[in-house]
Design a protein around this ligand. Structure first.
Ligand code: GAF
Length: 373
């Protein structure tokens, strides 16, 4: 394994453990996680591999095969910048759970999550490192506890107020399954997702565009949802049961965000019902509805995502939607296997017509969550 070779070359010994954690796509349930709602992501076949040996002196030595900087040595957690913050954040959150004055480690990272595609490479990085340290220190954390620690690292150390979906998907997903997660109770269930036996496949359309303001807009959406819940006197938008009555009490952005979150939670449940009934191609309509709601009510789409979704459906997809936080990143399309070429041609053609950068197409098959190699 090349990450082990890189570890040995840099630090002069073999790593004590090597863990892999995947990225994810979200089938449905977007911007519902931080509203205590439902999500249905699955892990993708790409992820992050972390080779790790703990240190008791608090020093962190880090290298990434995807970074041109040599090994970085950090005498303390405050020195971390850029991508190293996701790793050091995990160490910082482990705090006094691990022996020594401060958690340190020698770490080498290798990753193959397509960069900037919105497939959660950062959650994969956090979960790979957290899983390795849990293993090495014998902490006995469950995959959900690892996901929560990784989320805390991202919230409190990196400063991104994300929900639990990406880290949970990376830590808990199983091969061939989507993960149904109730983000309030944290109860989860595997949902079999065998698209191939229905003559279908899931195509990721990476717009190759990522808007810089995405982080600020994400935090704004989250604050609007919290404000709407306060106005309605409920703990979270998940608790809205009478949508028309709730909408009557709200205006402007709060009204639109509520409309999206409440209907999106129902779409997650409806989609699971269709899968359970074996009506797999029919989930396409829910993907389309989710996209329209994210575009018009939640306002987190982008021209590139909208064109990808429209052109995919025009080319014969059963349904399509943006996936993840939005403002760029990827869309997913549910495509009959015999129309894959047509759908890709349709999207590529629509992009060329508008002068957009060519999109990248990737096949998405539900992969396994974090595991030791
Ligand atoms: C990002 C966040 F990290 C997730 O927690 C989730 O909110 C998602 O956007 C939107 O569904 O990926």
């Amino acid at each position: 394994m090349r990450v082990v070779e890189a570890f040995r070359a840099a630090y002069g010994a073999s790593p004590e453990t090597v863990w892999h954690a995947p990225g994810r796509v979200n089938l449905i349930g977007e911007h519902t996680d931080y509203n205590d709602g439902f999500v249905l992501p699955f892990a993708v076949p790409w992820g992050v591999t972390a080779a790790v040996t703990p240190r008791s002196d608090g020093t962190v030595r880090l290298l990434s095969l995807q970074s041109t900087d040599g090994p970085v040595t950090l005498a303390n957690h405050d020195e971390s910048t850029g991508w190293t913050r996701y790793v050091v954040g995990v160490l910082a959150m482990l705090g006094d759970r691990v022996p020594g004055s401060a958690a340190g480690a020698d770490i080498a990272i290798d990753g193959d999550v397509p960069q900037g595609a919105g497939l959660s490479s950062s959650a994969a990085l956090e979960v790979a490192v957290a899983s390795a340290l849990n293993d090495l220190h014998g902490l006995g954390m469950t995959p959900m506890e690892i996901a929560l620690l990784a989320q805390k690292a991202e919230n409190d150390f990196v400063g991104m107020p994300c929900g639990i979906m990406d880290q949970a998907a990376s830590a808990l997903c199983a091969e061939g399954q989507a993960l149904f997660l109730d983000c309030r109770s944290l109860a989860s269930r595997n949902i079999p997702l065998d698209l191939a036996s229905h003559g279908l496949s899931m195509l990721i359309i990476d717009t190759q565009v990522h808007h810089e303001h995405a982080g600020g807009e994400y935090a704004k959406r989250r604050a609007e949802c919290e404000s709407a819940a306060r106005m309605l006197g409920v703990p979270a938008l998940r608790d809205v049961t009478d949508l028309p009555a709730a909408l009557e009490r709200l205006q402007g952005d709060e009204r639109k965000r509520t409309m999206h979150v409440v209907t999106e939670n129902h779409r997650v449940e409806a989609l699971i019902g269709l899968l359970r009934a074996g009506a797999v191609a029919e989930i396409g309509a829910l993907l389309n509805a989710s996209h329209l709601s994210l575009r018009d009510q939640y306002e987190v789409s982008s021209p590139e995502l909208d064109v990808a979704v429209e052109a995919a459906v025009k080319g014969g997809a059963r349904g399509a939607r943006m996936t993840g936080g939005g403002f760029g990143g990827s869309a997913i399309a549910l495509v009959p296997a015999d129309r894959l070429d047509r759908v890709q041609e349709s999207v590529a053609g629509a992009y060329a017509e508008r002068g957009f950068q060519a999109p990248r197409f990737l096949p998405a098959t539900p992969a396994r969550g974090a595991h030791r190699l």
